[in-house]
Design a protein around this ligand. Structure first.
Ligand code: NAD
Length: 491
């Protein structure tokens, strides 16, 4: 299904099955949008844009607050659907995905009324300058499968709060909560066409959206490889690009850290969403004096993790997104072992799970080389690699030694080390004695190959605006001093 101009309509493309990866059951079928369907969605957005952009921020804000309430009213259903399509535990969907998305909606309803800019003033003799921040037009967005609802929220909310209209394509694996999110906006009174959703594969539906000449900006969250493809296509029409890409977050444990806090932080930070989190802790660099204690404790905690039916409140870790992805994760672990690394725990699918499901055990690897693929590349599964270091300089250098720069954490009781890590680690977020917390007020986005542009926060709202300088000359007469630099008055 697509959600175009306030209505659910079938697409004209192929049928795609939606699968619950924890059971291998088909939970639904969607018809993909062909380029003609994408065009209909873009035209709906284009038609809706003028009236929506001319509402006062207060009017947009009121509608968004009603939208937040509509989401609260269906929170349980959203969480159940999110868990069913991704395989994530219901506790995570209920405690993180859904409340996070609702809070984002409330935040951007408020942020819509707080656009910031330079003061109007006389920066030129006899003239007043002022700044206008204006919406860009039709935004085309593409989102991944790991947090379908939150990723849709992070893309749609700042765009529409700023007065844009949007067409978003969720992942073909996880369409339903994005459709529900858009429908809730409609129920709350947001006009038809302001928010549209098209479904389908990236190569067809996604590329049609990115390449569409009436789409003024593309915002994308997904892998670095696809992000680069998006940039290429966007270059064809010269549109603005906002990219939130892959990550390989370091987790640095200095010799003065609280080891128990670090071990627990590593479990939460590496296993959240089955490790299918772009900011997940993936590389633990631990001072050699603490290495044995830290890895033993992490392994012991990993073994306590309850894996199983995601809908069971007692389950800690659900399934990965698909069997193909689980096999990709397992391939990384097998190749690491083949090249001499050791698996301290995990490294396999658990016993007693449904046939055809995509579960994988929490896995701790030691003995890998810094330049090996398991340390350098994004695995996107419940796999933590631990490596020892000797000096602070070495720790910071290792933390920075991948192409990615999305997030990082440092564990220490020293103010100096905290500040040094915050300054010298090249990442969009640096947590000290924590790993993962995100909040609507604070920006999220990458350095290096993790992309550019910010999600959430007032910075994100700014990304979806054009800045216009307006100068009004109020000086009397027909001559201006600066004209002499261009032409002399020779009578
Ligand atoms: P992906 O790049 O495979 O797909 C993301 C989206 O792009 C999907 O909707 C897909 O259909 C679409 N797509 C694929 N090929 C396309 C093409 N040629 N043209 C247009 N669209 C195309 O990523 P994924 O596997 O869905 O998600 C996991 C990735 O997302 C990881 O790399 C993860 O780090 C990243 N991610 C990043 C952030 C962040 O904020 N930086 C957040 C979540 C996920």
């Amino acid at each position: 299904m697509q959600f175009i101009n306030g209505e659910l309509i079938a697409g004209s493309g192929e049928q795609i099955e939606v699968i619950n990866p924890a059971t291998a059951e088909v939970t639904g079928t969607l018809t993909a949008a062909e380029p003609a369907d994408v065009d209909a969605a873009v035209q709906a957005a284009k038609n809706a844009f003028p009236a929506w952009s001319r509402l006062t921020p207060g009017e947009r804000s009121d509608l968004m607050l009603a939208w937040a309430q509509a989401l609260r009213d269906q929170a349980d259903e959203l969480a159940a659907t999110e868990s069913r399509e991704t395989g994530k535990s219901i506790r995570l969907a209920t405690g993180f995905d859904v409340p996070g998305s609702i809070d984002n909606t409330v935040f951007f309803a408020g942020a819509a009324r707080h656009l910031q800019g330079l003061s109007a003033g006389e920066y030129w003799p006899g003239a007043t300058s002022m700044i206008r921040r204006e919406p860009i037009g039709v935004i085309g967005s593409i989102a991944p499968w790991n947090y379908p609802l939150q990723m849709a929220a992070w893309k749609i909310l700042p765009a529409v709060a700023a007065g844009n209209a949007i067409v978003l394509k969720p992942s073909e694996l996880t369409p339903s909560t994005t459709l529900a999110f858009a429908r809730a906006a409609s129920e709350a009174g947001i006009p038809p066409g302001v928010i549209n959703v098209v479904n389908g594969y990236g190569r067809v539906t996604g590329e049609a959206l990115v390449g569409h000449p009436d789409v003024a900006m593309t915002s994308f969250t997904g892998s670095t490889a696809v992000g680069r493809r998006i940039m290429e296509i966007a270059a064809g029409t010269g549109k603005r690009v906002h990219l939130e890409l892959g990550g390989k977050a370091p987790f640095v444990v200095f010799d003065d850290a609280d080891v128990e806090a670090a071990a627990r932080g590593a479990i939460a930070g590496s296993l959240i969403n089955g490790g299918q989190d772009c900011t997940a802790a993936t590389r633990a660099y631990v001072h050699r004096s603490l290495f044995g204690e830290f890895t033993e404790r992490v392994a012991a905690l990993m073994e306590q993790i309850v894996i199983g039916d995601p809908s069971d409140e007692d389950t800690d870790l659900g399934s990965l997104i698909s069997v193909a992805h689980r096999d990709r994760v397992a391939g990384f672990v097998e190749r690491a072992q083949a090249s001499g690394a050791r698996v301290l725990t995990g490294g396999e699918a658990p016993q007693d799970v449904p046939a055809g499901s995509a579960f994988y055990r929490p896995t701790l690897i030691v003995g890998a080389e810094q330049d090996s693929e398991v340390v350098q590349q994004e695995i996107f599964g419940p796999v933590l690699v631990a490596l020892p270091f000797e000096t602070d300089d070495e720790a910071i250098a290792l933390a920075n030694d991948t192409p990615y720069g999305l997030a990082a954490s440092a564990w220490t009781s020293s103010v100096n080390r905290s500040m040094r890590a915050a300054e010298e680690i090249a990442a969009g977020t640096v947590w000290i004695n924590e790993h993962i917390p995100i909040m609507s007020e604070m920006p999220h986005g990458g350095y290096k190959s993790s992309g550019f542009g910010k999600d959430m926060s007032a910075y994100s709202l700014e990304e979806y605006t054009n800045i216009k300088h307006v100068l009004i000359d109020r000086s009397p007469g027909s001559t201006r001093d600066w004209h002499d630099a261009v032409f002399r008055d020779r009578g």
